[in-house]
Design a protein around this ligand. Structure first.
Ligand SMILES: [Ca+2]
Ligand SMILES: [Ca+2]
Length: 179
């Protein structure tokens, strides 16, 4: 059914948001801003059909909001969208004194990692992985099959034997490859 666990995971991540969706999101900022006060709230995002039907929609929406805040201004909106831009070729020759762009491979990986790491302990546990798998595949795959996908993924990624996937381990297994 799948060519491999990692391809499967990559497939899941690639489903979360496409570039064209983001472009449309960008142009919608002002039309979404029902209060016309220059900020968006969670309900504004939930009106976006692509996010409403996306199993990871709520998690993606949460990434727009700084801890404890329920409004995002245009600057914050753009900052989150920047993670989804294709990686620029100039990145290879970048000046090491300039801070890493948000759409660098590392930052994209970190962004993907955080979609999984719900309790923000910097590790993806089996439960967290299962939650994402379950949201994405819905009822098409049994709990047993999902469990064994999660187990195999963790087994292959886990290098320090804590049965969780750290960000370092996440990078090494190439969960997510930029298009
Ligand atoms: Ca975690
Ligand atoms: Ca580990």
């Amino acid at each position: 059914m799948f060519t491999g666990v990692y391809n499967f995971i990559y497939f899941l991540i690639s489903l979360t948001v496409s570039h064209s969706q983001i472009t449309r999101l960008y142009s919608r900022f002002t039309s979404l801003d029902k209060g016309e006060n220059g900020t968006l709230c969670r309900e504004d995002f939930q009106r976006i059909p692509e996010l409403a039907i996306n199993p990871l929609g709520d998690r993606i929406i949460n990434t727009f909001f700084p801890e404890g805040e329920d409004q995002v201004n245009f600057r914050g909106f753009m900052r989150t969208l920047a993670h989804f831009r294709p990686i620029d070729d100039h990145e290879k020759n970048k000046d090491p004194n300039v801070s890493e762009p948000l759409n660098s491979r590392n930052n994209k990986l970190l962004f993907a990692f955080r979609l999984y790491d719900l309790d923000k302990d910097d590790k993806i546990s089996r439960d967290e992985l299962l939650q994402v798998l379950r949201m994405m595949v819905g009822v098409n795959i049994s709990d047993d099959q999902l469990g064994s996908i999660a187990d195999r993924t963790i087994q292959e990624a886990d290098q320090d034997g804590d049965s969780c996937i750290s960000f370092t381990e996440f990078i090494k297994v190439n969960f997510y490859t930029s298009p």
